[in-house]
Design a protein around this ligand. Structure first.
Ligand code: FAD
Ligand code: PYC
Length: 418
């Protein structure tokens, strides 16, 4: 079997000329057999494959991606990384990820451009102040950095922020996580893909999984794809937005809803915005990419859909909020906008673990906030698949919690409306 570098695969796929899949399944070859198959070549799936190979010695792994690497939410998100979640279980999970982010470029020998420039979450009402302070105190108790700032301190940290008292939603304070920041999203997918490929993982683009096969005892024994069948006893589904569709192939019903979430970028300008600012209340968040574009994210659409495009009124509402908070951006032009499909659980926390089907594992439900988790998610999911048992960090995030009622209620943690 032929290996190409991930970056070459991505480039060729974008040009529609990838020779890879043709080499992979010529009709005269027997069906392939793997120790593990990952469905979905986003950051989480690729990270899982990397850690399976690197930490657990499971190298006969195939990552099957229906489109191109990172073409799902991984390449569509606004790259905010933080771990200032309220519940202990979440703080542990996201903090695990932040620690891995700190050494990731070195680990992968690929510059993922992790930039811990600080994430500031604004409070506009008395309720926001109370919720923000509650997060700060909970985080400090859990060993996660988070500080409360007065409005003046917030402006000192982010000079473009307006403190105009006449605003619809004046700034009353902010929570600041200094270790939070951003990274380059597609570099994360490419970095994991290249490192996994170097360890022997097969990465196959343009290959949609269309069926999950089960043996007479009900255990997983393979998958069907648009390129033919693959034999395996271990399948990890990491197909954000489409998890329910894929899991239905194995007869498993998921507690998930899929929504469009959108973002947009401005024309590039010189560095003018030093950190990440988020406002949950007025549903806007903003940072500046290394290319100079202002990266702006909006809320989810109100209705479930598989459309990779959000409603125009949602984007308009977000731009109103951005212009109110940062009046100097009123004359900026927006270059492009896009959407992704996020899958959301009832308690707004992810599902990472085993399923009722032996050999079938699932990693999903990250909603609007899974990019920041990528390294930690792949790390603990690989452990789960390798040992057929969860890592202590992801044990509370089992699918079974929707039966037992041991939910991890993070409704207030997401950055955007949902
Ligand atoms: P994806 O990258 O979506 O990968 C799943 C892959 O599965 C896709 O490539 C898809 O093509 C593939 N797939 C689906 N079905 C099949 C099939 N049948 N066969 C084969 N392949 C299949 N999170 C943050 O932490 N910070 C943010 O600032 C942030 N901003 C966001 C902004 C937007 C606009 C969006 C849409 C999301 C944002 N998120 C953010 C959420 C974050 O992007 C996701 O939670 C995360 O990227 C999920 O990664 P993933 O690898 O699980 O999914
Ligand atoms: O979870 O930090 C986040 C986030 C920002 C934008 C979308 N999600």
């Amino acid at each position: 079997m032929k290996h190409f570098s991930a970056a070459r695969l991505a480039r060729e796929a974008l040009r529609g000329q990838s020779g890879w899949t043709e080499h992979w399944r010529s009709p005269d070859r027997p069906a392939h057999a793997y120790d593990a198959v990952i469905v979905g070549g986003g950051g989480h799936g690729l990270a899982t494959a990397y850690y399976l190979a690197k930490q657990h010695g499971i190298r006969r792994v195939a990552v099957l991606e229906k489109g191109w690497l990172g073409g799902g939410n991984t390449g569509r998100n606004t790259t905010i990384i933080r771990s200032n979640y309220l519940m202990e279980e979440s703080a542990a999970l996201y903090n695990h990820a932040v620690k891995l982010w700190e050494g990731l470029s070195r680990e992968l020998n690929y510059n993922v451009m992790f930039s811990p420039r600080g994430v500031m979450m604004l409070a506009h009402t008395v309720h926001d102040v109370q919720v923000g302070k509650r997060h700060v105190y909970a985080n400090q108790l859990a060993g996660v950095d988070n500080d409360w700032l007065s409005p003046d301190q917030a402006q000192e940290y982010c000079p473009p922020l307006s403190l105009d008292a006449g605003m619809r939603y004046p700034v009353l304070g902010a929570a600041l996580q200094r270790r939070g920041g951003t990274a380059r999203h597609d570099a994360v997918a490419w970095g994991y893909a290249r490192a996994a490929s170097a360890l022997g993982v097969d990465i196959v683009q343009n290959c949609e999984v269309t069926g999950i096969r089960r043996d007479a005892g009900g255990a997983v024994c393979g998958v069907d794809t648009t390129r033919g069948a693959v034999a395996t006893r271990r399948v990890g589904v990491v197909a954000a937005g489409h998890t329910s569709v894929v899991m239905a192939q194995a007869g498993v019903r998921m507690p998930l809803e899929s929504y469009p979430l959108q973002a947009l970028v401005s024309e590039p300008v010189k560095p003018c915005f030093p950190c990440v600012v988020m406002s949950n209340t007025i549903h806007a968040y903003i940072s500046q990419s290394d290319k100079g574009e202002l990266v702006i994210g909006a809320g989810t659409d109100a209705y479930t859909s598989y459309s990779q495009q959000g409603g125009l009124h949602i984007a308009t509402h977000t731009l109103d909020a951005i212009c109110e908070l940062f009046p100097q951006f009123r004359r900026m032009r927006m270059l492009r906008n896009w959407g992704g499909i996020v899958d959301v659980t009832p308690d707004r926390s992810p599902i990472i673990g085993k399923t009722p089907v032996p050999g079938l594992y699932v990693n999903c439900g990250w909603g609007t906030g899974g990019f920041k988790a990528t390294p930690g998610s792949g790390h603990v999911f690989a452990h789960t698949m390798a040992h057929d048992a969860p890592h202590p960090i992801n044990a509370p995030f089992a699918l079974d919690r929707f039966r037992t009622g041991q939910l991890i209620d993070e409704a207030a943690a997401a950055a955007v409306a949902h």
